[in-house]
Design a binder for this molecule. Structure first.
Ligand SMILES: [Fe+2]
Length: 299
């Protein structure tokens, strides 16, 4: 069997507003428009991804929160309705997805061997979290590839940010080892925003873009700092300043998704491709990523 590899890794934020504004048939609420820069960014991501052969999407989501260890979806097929608890007016999504259970088990086993507390989630009635669903949909709306979904252990909240960082390094390395042994070509998604302070009231028309803006200049500067480092190929530095970023920008990266992605990619030194940046209810969101093969092809 040929050696598997991670063929791309993306920061793929999951505001439900992006699905709402996109009007896919699976979502009940319908919008006129909204958050175009981010949605056009995802369009460009999909265009780049369409040039790459891959077998599976692996997503780490802040909205599957497991306080005892890291969990993996372990049932081959899920079909149900996902309703955003905060925005039920925007996101009522009928999902129908397949899971690569074999690869999920392989990452589970590698992680266990590395000393992490892990568990396969075998409940067929489990409701898949909306972070996993939204990032997966925006990356691959045809849902023609299976996914592996990894929970967030929330160790930043339960222990501290340094514990989170250490665990995500282990989890990322285990993910990479499992992918390589599997012979599969995997696309990884870190399902999270950057700065995450947000509005507490909603416009009468949610997609009224005259109401959408950056929440706080200091948090915007932090987002620009992270994007600048990514564009300059300084992934290791992003890992190193993650604790300060999380504290100063109330970042959703506290869930570990981006730390896991960077570790899985072994801290790429190639420049990240920035597909788009924009605010959603004031939170900062970057759609960007690394496609190692394109870097090799250019050399
Ligand atoms: Fe979120």
């Amino acid at each position: 069997m040929a050696e598997g590899q991670i063929v791309a890794g993306f920061l793929a934020p999951h505001p439900p507003h992006l699905i709402y504004a996109e009007n896919p048939p699976q979502n009940e609420p319908k919008a006129e428009c909204g958050w175009e820069v981010l949605r056009w960014g995802y369009e460009r991501l999909r265009k780049d991804l369409s040039k790459i052969d891959y077998d599976v999407i692996i997503v780490h989501s802040p909205h599957w929160q497991t306080y005892v260890g890291t969990h993996f979806l372990g049932v081959p097929h899920f079909k149900s309705l996902s309703v955003d608890p905060v925005f039920p007016n925007l996101f009522r999504f009928h999902y129908d997805l397949n899971v690569d259970v074999e690869l999920a088990e392989a990452i589970h086993d590698e992680s266990k061997e590395a000393g992490l507390v892990v568990k396969m989630m075998r409940n067929p009635d489990f409701r898949v979290d909306y972070g996993t669903i939204i990032s997966s949909h925006l990356t691959n709306p045809s849902w023609d590839k299976p996914i592996v979904s990894i929970s967030s252990n929330r160790s930043t909240s339960y222990y501290n940010v340094d514990v989170m960082q250490e665990k995500m390094v282990e989890l990322g390395q285990a993910t990479r080892r499992a992918v390589e042994k599997s012979g599969k070509r995997a696309v990884l998604l870190s399902s999270c925003s950057l700065s995450h302070r947000h509005f507490t009231t909603e416009a009468e028309v949610p997609e009224d873009m005259s109401r959408e803006h950056i929440y706080h200049h200091g948090q915007y500067l932090w987002d620009m700092k992270i994007i600048d480092l990514a564009k300059r190929g300084c992934a290791r530095e992003i890992h190193d300043i993650m604790p300060e970023f999380i504290e100063q920008a109330i970042s959703e990266t506290d869930a570990g998704s981006l730390s896991w992605l960077l570790a899985s990619l072994d801290y790429p030194t190639m420049p990240a491709e920035l597909y788009g940046y924009g605010s959603v209810i004031g939170t900062g969101n970057a759609v960007m990523g690394w496609i190692p093969e394109t870097a090799e092809a250019k050399q």
